[in-house]
Each structure stands twice: as C-alpha cells, then as structure tokens.
Design a binder for this molecule. Sequence first.
Ligand SMILES: Nc1ncnc2c1ncn2[C@@H]1O[C@H](COP(=O)(O)OP(=O)(O)OP(=O)(O)O)[C@@H](O)[C@H]1O
Ligand SMILES: [Mg+2]
Length: 576
Amino acid sequence: MKNYLRLLQYIKPYMRRLGVAVVCIILAAAANLYVPWIIKDMIDEVLAQRDMAMLNVISIGILVVFFFRGIFYYGQSYLVSFVGQRVIIDVRDVLFRKFQRMSLSYYDQRQTGQIMSYITNDVGALQSALVDNLIELVTESSILIGSLTMMVYLDWKLSILTLVTIPMVGQAMKIFGRKLKSSGTLIQERLSDITSLLQESISAVRVVKSFVREIYESQRFHDQNELNFQAAMKNVQLMSLLTPTVEFLAAMAVTVIVWFGGYEVVNGEITAGALVAFLTYSVNLANPVKRISRVYGNIQKAMAAADRVFGVMDLDEVIKDAPGAISLPLTNGHVTFDQVSFEYKKGIPALSQVTLEAKSGQMIAFVGPSGAGKSTIANLIPRFYDVTEGAIRIDGKDIREVTVNSLREQIGIVPQETMLFSTTVRENIRYGRLDATDEEITAAAKDANAHEFIMTLPQGYDTKIGERGMNLSGGQRQRIAIARAILKDPRILILDEATSALDTESEKIVQAALDRLMVGRTSFVIAHRLSTIFDADQIFVIESGQICEHGTHEELLAQGGLYSNLYHIQFSKTSI
Ligand SMILES: Nc1ncnc2c1ncn2[C@@H]1O[C@H](COP(=O)(O)OP(=O)(O)OP(=O)(O)O)[C@@H](O)[C@H]1O
Ligand SMILES: [Mg+2]
C-alpha cells in the first residue's frame, strides 16, 4: 500500500491528462450501456407502435453514439498509454541513476541479469499494471455501476430478485468447481502412481525376470490401474451429477426472474422492451465481475514488482558523501595509508594493517602472489570500497571527508582489461574529459602511442568500435585507455597490471606510453613483470593482505626475501 502511494507520486505530474483519460473511459463505457436502451426503444416504440419517425431517430442515435464512442476510445487508450509510458520512463530513469550511484559492493553480490531484470521485467510489470489494469478497472466498474443503475431504474423489484438469486447460483458453481478440482487432483495423483510403477518395473526388468515375478508385477500394475479407473469414474460421476444440478439451479433462477418479469409485463407494470433491456443489462453484469477480480490479481502481481523496484531505490548506497563533505582541492598527490585494514566480507580480512606513504610524484609498486590484496589496495584509494579500519589520507585529508566526485576526478585508473564503449574511438578517448577538444584528443592519443594505429583504422578517429568486426587488440585497447587517462590529467595514477595481458612487443609500446603518463604524478603500479618496476621509488611486497617487504629494487634484492625469489624465478625463466 505504501508503495502504491509512492507510485502515485510518479503519476502526479500527469494528473490532468489522467483525469481526461478517466473521463474518456467512463464516457466510452457509458456508450456501451446505451445498447440495451436501443433494444428497449426498438421493441416498445418502433415494433409495438409501428413508429417510423422513431426508427429514424434510433438509427441516427446509434451512429452518433458510436461515433463519439470511437473518439472517447481513442482518447482513453492514447492518454492512458501516454501517462503509463511516461511514468515508467521516469521510474526507469530514477532506477538507473540509483544503480549508477550504488557502490561496487552491491554489484559484487549480485548477478548482472538480476539487476537488469529490475529495470526490464519489474518496471515492465508496473507499466502493464498502470496501463491495462487502469483502463480495465475503470471501464468494468463503470459498466458494473451503470448496468446496476439502469436495472434499478428500469425495475427495482426485479433488480432485488436478480441480485439475490444470481449470487446463489454463483455460489453453487463455486462449490462445484472446488469439488471437481479436488477430484481432478486425485486422478493426476493416480496417474503419476501408474507412471512411477511403470518406470520402476521396466528399469528393474532384470530383477523381475531373475525372480520370475512377471505375474506378480502384472497384478501390481492391474491394481494400480484399477485405482485410476475408480478415481476417473468418481470424477465423471461428479461431473454428470453436478453439471445438470447447477444448470437446473441456473434455470430456476432465470425462471424466477423471467416469470416475475413476465408477470409484471402482463400486469402492465413495465413494458416488454424494458424487460428485454433489463435482461440484457443483467447478462452484462457477469463480465465486469469476472474481469475486476482478474485485475485485482494483476494488481497484486504489480505490487510485488513495485516492492522490488522501490526496495532497490531505498537501498543504502554505502559509498556516499559524508554530511558537510568538502570538495578535495587540487592535490599534490601525497597519499598515506594509516594502519588500513579491509574486509570484503565480514570476518574475512583482505588487508590488514597496511601502512605506507607515497610522496608527491613518486612511483609506488606493488608485487606479490595472486590473491594477496594488490588490487584491493588500488580499490581503496578511489573509495570503491571504504576501509574497515584505519584511514587513507590525501594531502593529509581523510578521503571519507571529501566528496566522492572530487576525489575520483583526481585519480586516473588504467585497469588490466580495458572496457571500451561501442562508439567511436574519439568518443572513447573523450570519456576521460567530456569537454576536451578534438586537438586535445589527438595530442593525448599521440602521447599514448595510439595515434599511428588509429590513423590506420578505416575511419580514423571516427571508427566505431565493436561494429562489423572492428575489434582492437589488447595493446591497442590499452593505449586508448592510456589516452583517456592522459586526457583526464589526474594527480594520482593507478595502473593495475596494465601490461600483463600483452606480448613483449606491444608491452614495450604501452610501457613507453605509461612511463610518459607517470611523469609528475603519484603512481601506484601493480605489476607481474618486475622489469616494469625496477625504477619504482618504493616497492611493496604484499602477501596475504599484509606488507611483508618494502624498499627499492636494489634494497629488496639485497634482503634476499620474497622479492628476490620472485626476481630470480622470473629472470631465470626469461633467460631459458
Ligand atoms: N569483490 C570482492 N568481493 C569479495 N572478495 C574479494 C573481492 N575482490 C577480491 N576479493 C578477495 O580479496 C583477496 C585479495 O584480492 P585482490 O584482488 O586484491 O588480489 P590481487 O593481489 O590483486 O590478486 P591478482 O594478482 O590475482 O590480481 C582475495 O582473496 C580475493 O578473493
Ligand atoms: Mg589484482
């Protein structure tokens, strides 16, 4: 119910259109109510009195009524659909914005398909609830109320009689239906007993034969078969008995109504036409009752969808600006980790007590075995996740005290796998800074060693990626990602194994571009190939979420620990 009111809030801006639509629906339904009235006039005036003028009036009346009904019908379906579509588009937009703001931990716990289904299926269900059910609900209730009113107007005594007898027959039919259903279930159960017995004795045919139990099995099957017969007969008996009973009941009800109506006509209390019109209206009642109960079911379903949609809208975004957060001023890129611990899942530490200091413009490298926590460190700097303990500071400011946007604006990330959008090369680079000019884009591409290969593409910078097999190699994608980062011109740079998927040749080209990119920025580099980090200002060796060694390349080699082991493994490999 609460969510229903919330949905109404989305409808609010379109209230005037919706009002007109409802009026159209009611008028179109009213036109339907006119039909029995035509019959009445036809019988009472035209047929009984041979009134030619009245026949003309009725004929013109039919045309006029159905002409206007057409107009109202157009108005109702156009306007209701308009409002429905509009509301759904608004809800979808709001939901999409919400998903954009949700933090990564939300996406970690869910499958893409599940999230997409909120926007496609659930929002779709809301739409059909709004459009189809609204039209049906208003139409059918207008017909219901209209027919009842007309009936009472035509003959109130007969109305009362009808409203008492018809529900009685309806009730009898309901009981009958329930009985039939349960005997139907019994037949199904017996049938499945037969099937499982069949399956068992066929698959166990060797056992049956080896024990010479063919006759025994046949008897078992026969008994089961017999049970099925009994269940089926019981159903048939019910059907054969109950169908005529209910029909007889219905006939009794109709007889009562028709007899009383006829009696009134004979007595001159109502006209013959009025009786026929009355009966037509009473037949009209059946549909609205059926449809309104179906609409009720649909609304229940739509409300379940609304619960899910609004449930998502109410989720905590987790990573968001603290109250009173200030914008991070242009930083020098001085980054410190102060006893940082982090858990993706409660109780399972991914990082513990990591303390480090990256001075402005330094190159910091992380090495270590897979799953050690290197990417996790990189994820914490742009606040993809918040630290569980300790603090990360940039220029002395805790990153949780500045706005998320201002923090991320100053951090550039070149990941291992470059995600390119299915648009032109130019737009993909421009993603780094939306107001960049074409000249700046070209300059960034040149710095990223990407300009040359871009010029060999069919349409140069305007080549669409992902179209007609326009796929780029890993190294080419990586250089587009670097151009993006150059364009963004961040103070802090994160390279998470940016060259590890490349062959030696393209690695050299990409590495050259990266080296140029790192100049003058504080860079965090995660590398599998140690050759790329020999000149790092500090190297941190991470193992099981902890810093286990720390120093420059020479210092670490001299220590003879994990780093020097890794070094020797890699370099003896390459020399073979
Ligand atoms: N999104 C996540 N949700 C839960 N656990 C995660 C998540 N990402 C990583 N982990 C876990 O955290 C630990 C550290 O992972 P991390 O990705 O930081 O390792 P890594 O050092 O970057 O490894 P690799 O060299 O393979 O990239 C691993 O045990 C991993 O299973
Ligand atoms: Mg990693």
